[in-house]
Design a protein around this ligand. Structure first.
Ligand SMILES: Cc1cc2nc3c(=O)[nH]c(=O)nc-3n(C[C@H](O)[C@H](O)[C@H](O)COP(=O)(O)OP(=O)(O)OC[C@H]3O[C@@H](n4cnc5c(N)ncnc54)[C@H](O)[C@@H]3O)c2cc1C
Length: 545
């Protein structure tokens, strides 16, 4: 058996494993990714990148590629509920902040639609461009043991059959919903393993809208007396669509489905199409009891699985990668304290719980809705049924498609490495994001005088923002960070609007862009501050006023 040594071993080269590899490569940390498949996308699932994911992609240098590779920028982002595409449009949710380039008031990046067909190769190319990253496709993880100093994993090259023992300081399981690592750790999933069974059929329809009468949209939800029962979702803005059918019979026997008949129902007309794939999937509501054990951690679908309603699965996983990446880098570089990696679960599991719950509420809300039997009839009863449903759908389903609050507003309240300052916390919102610089929050976007986003200052190290603070305070914090070996960059900003947004004259931002601490003066014990935010102390430093 061959032997190898690597600081971080990542199991799984899906979007989350690749994102973690990119983050580590960007930080100069060596990692190996083993992926059992050859990198071909078997089931193009995720389409939607939220603004937070796009901010991470911006940091990693792939936002432009993501923005220009998926659905074209001028393609509609609207969501339409209709009886069929030649029938009645019932409700329409426009999303003016989605797609296109340039920032919005709340982010330098807009949510995008770039299917995994293009996203995974972009991440793969970026990861493989880092000299410290070693991507191994057609390589299967088989088993591991761990001790106090590291992990011994056995992987097999599927082309040659040769096994290799890989010694790593840390093993990260990004190996999806059926994670063999999670199983080996004996970690249970809580929740529902099967809310509903579904079938996706991928088709090309040239010039769909030449055949239809309802408004152009990126996502269509079909309403019938049976419920909201079929979907037609844009994949590339160039004619590739995903027809979604709910029902166990379709899932169990996909080949028996008459795709032409289904499309006729959804479109309301016979339209020429070409079919590519049929893939079943199960809507789940699951979260792992623990996010790892010892030196082994779970990320992405290995740790949480939700229904696609809202597009949270991969986005939550990319957030895991961004949280874990800098902590692994700190641990490998030696400045991370012994408690730092334990904060990964403390910070990320509540976010997953929140997002999984929200996805299930969206999914069930759509599926359980009672539809008036007159919904498609050309009668006054039909008009009334459609008007009533329109009001209900716009009121209740905007939260599925407009999710800036979910994407940008999550906070690591209660994390032992974020130091509360006594400010009143803000409610957790879904649709609206309320910019704030509370400890634990994503440091909010603002445009600097040179035109960059303030977010562009964050990532490589801790950042101390000073807004007219006494330089002696910044020096004291800087000295404490130097002594602890923690990388810190100080930026003095003069813009009063940004100062007002950040609310304190000193704001310490972590490498992942979250606020760790803020105050109007350095704490009396600046060493305790540095030790707390690097996970070297269990207790908090004094509260700053
Ligand atoms: C219909 C549908 C639509 C969706 N749309 C969205 C969306 O718009 N936005 C969104 O955010 N999410 C969406 N999702 C969810 C999203 O697809 C998943 O959350 C995401 O793919 C999870 O990424 P991952 O890297 O954690 O796992 P996966 O994508 O499952 O990747 C895991 C990888 O690990 C590999 N692997 C497993 N075992 C081993 C082993 N022993 N050795 C080596 N490799 C191994 C697998 O081959 C696989 O490549 C959707 C899901 C569905 C079903």
């Amino acid at each position: 058996m061959r032997e190898a040594d690597v600081p971080v071993l990542i199991i799984g080269g899906g979007p989350v494993g690749l994102a973690l590899a990119v983050d580590l490569g960007w930080r100069g940390i060596a990692a190996r990714v083993v992926e059992q498949e050859d990198g071909t996308i078997d089931h193009p699932r995720a389409n939607a990148e939220n603004a937070r994911t796009m901010e991470f992609f911006r940091r990693w240098g792939v936002a432009d590629a993501v923005r220009t590779s998926g659905t074209p920028q001028d393609f509609t982002q609207a969501v339409v509920y209709a009886t069929n595409l030649c029938g009645y449009e019932i409700a329409r949710i426009d999303r003016p902040g989605h797609g296109g380039s340039g920032g919005t008031a709340i982010s330098p990046e807009r949510p995008q639609r770039c299917n995994q067909l293009w996203l995974d190769p972009i991440l793969r190319e970026r990861a493989s461009g880092f000299p410290s990253i070693d991507l191994r496709y057609r390589t299967r993880f088989e088993s591991f043991t761990q001790d106090a100093h590291g992990v011994d994993a056995v992987v097999r090259d599927l082309a040659t059959g040769v096994q290799e023992r890989v010694r790593a300081q840390y093993l990260i399981a990004c190996c999806g919903g059926r994670s063999p690592v999670r199983a080996a750790l004996g970690i249970e999933l809580q929740g529902s393993p099967a809310i509903e069974y579904n079938l996706n059929i991928f088709v090309r329809i040239d010039d769909l809208w030449a055949h239809t009468s309802v408004a152009e949209a990126a996502m269509y939800f079909m309403v019938a007396p049976e419920g909201i029962w079929r979907t037609l979702i844009d994949i590339d803005g160039r004619g590739l669509w995903r027809l979604g059918l709910r029902g166990k019979a379709y899932y169990d026997d996909p080949e028996s489905v008459d795709a032409a008949a289904m499309l006729r129902e959804v479109i309301g007309a016979d339209v020429p199409f070409e079919e590519f794939w049929r893939r079943g999937w199960v809507a789940r509501d699951l979260i792992a009891d623990r996010y790892g054990s010892g030196r082994v951690f779970l990320a992405g679908d290995a740790a949480h699985q939700n229904t696609p309603s809202g597009g949270f699965g991969m986005n939550t996983g990319i957030g895991d990668a961004a949280d874990l990446g800098w902590k692994l880098a700190a641990a490998v570089a030696g400045w991370g304290g012994p408690e730092l990696l334990a904060t990964y679960e403390i910070e990320r599991r509540p976010v997953a719980l929140r997002n999984v719950r929200q996805a299930t509420e969206n999914f069930v809300g759509d599926r359980k809705r009672q539809i008036d039997p007159a919904i498609a009839s050309a009668t006054p009863d039909g008009d009334r049924a459609r008007a009533e449903l329109r009001a209900k759908l716009v009121a209740s389903q905007s939260r599925q498609f407009l999710t800036d609050g979910t994407a940008l507003g999550y906070r690591y309240d209660g994390s032992p490495i974020c130091i509360p300052d006594g400010s009143q916390t803000l409610p957790d919102t879904i649709v609206e994001y309320h910019p704030n610089a509370l400890p634990g929050a994503r440091a909010p976007h603002a445009v600097l005088t040179d035109g960059r986003s303030i977010l562009d200052l964050f990532g490589r190290s801790f950042v101390l923002l000073t807004f007219g603070a006494d330089p002696v305070d910044a020096d004291r914090i800087g000295a404490a960070f130097r002594t602890a070996g923690v990388p810190l960059v100080v930026h003095a900003l003069a813009d009063p609007a940004i100062a007002a947004l950040y609310e304190r004259s000193l704001v310490l931002v972590r490498p992942d862009g979250h606020v760790a601490w803020r105050g109007d003066a350095a704490p009396a014990d600046a060493t305790a501050l540095a030790d707390t935010v690097r996970g070297a102390r269990a207790s908090h430093v004094e509260r700053a006023g």
